[in-house]
Design a protein around this ligand. Structure first.
Ligand SMILES: Cc1cc2nc3c(=O)[nH]c(=O)nc-3n(C[C@H](O)[C@H](O)[C@H](O)COP(=O)(O)O)c2cc1C
Length: 193
């Protein structure tokens, strides 16, 4: 079955970003596509060290758990990322991960090409749109397909649980999940064009 992988960039295993992604995953499953949420909690994701070893190794030289995530991304038809906003931008670990995932894709078989997905930003009050824009750069340079929703994918919340109370934010994320699932199904029919 086609699968969408949702990557949570928060260090809090039960934080707002995790709860938002789990709710998005549920909608994806309701729309007939498998969904799995994985988290950075307990991991320390390093930044790309520009060694270019991925060209020969076909994986990242840094062994901090990201290669296992990259294997899961490779197998999935959809890839959604969710990050908490820290000081007006997406949490650093998420950007480090996206830069390395993109580098490995480019150094190997461009496995990100035509995967469906997009970013979600979660924050107490500000910096959501800048964070979405930062993460979108990864999607567009890797030839990925990003559906829209009824608003931008931003959710408001500070303490764990508050994000789920942001009705408009959650409605936006649910419609986004539905659109990702629909596109995954359409794009993975046996149609050649
Ligand atoms: C270091 C740090 C910086 C933060 N910076 C912002 C910020 O710029 N804007 C904002 O609205 N919230 C900010 N927050 C609050 C978090 O984005 C908010 O609590 C969010 O719900 C955390 O998501 P999580 O529960 O998934 O970890 C910051 C939190 C931390 C720990």
């Amino acid at each position: 079955m086609d699968k969408v992988l949702l990557l949570c960039g928060s260090p809090r295993p039960k934080g707002n970003t995790m709860q938002v992604l789990q709710s998005c995953a549920q909608v994806i499953e309701e729309n007939g596509v498998e969904a799995e949420v994985i988290s950075f909690a307990g991991k320390e994701i390093k930044s790309c060290i520009a060694c270019n070893k991925c060209v020969e190794l076909k994986k990242c030289v840094l062994e901090d758990g990201l290669n296992e995530i990259i294997d899961q991304v490779r197998e999935a038809k959809g890839f959604i990322v969710g990050a908490p906003v820290y000081y007006g931008t997406a949490r650093g670990d998420m950007m480090s991960a996206l830069q390395r995932i993109g580098k490995v894709s480019g150094a190997t078989d461009q496995f990100l090409s035509w995967k469906v997905g997009g970013p979600i930003a979660v924050a107490r009050r500000g910096g959501h749109t800048a964070s979405i824009q930062e993460m979108l750069m990864f999607y567009f340079i890797n030839e990925m397909i990003v559906p829209g929703s009824t608003y931008w994918n931003i959710v408001f919340g500070r303490n764990p649980g508050e994000a789920l109370e942001d009705q408009e934010g959650m409605k936006t994320v649910h419609k986004f999940g539905e659109n990702v699932a629909k596109l995954v199904k359409i794009l993975n029919q046996d149609i050649h064009f």
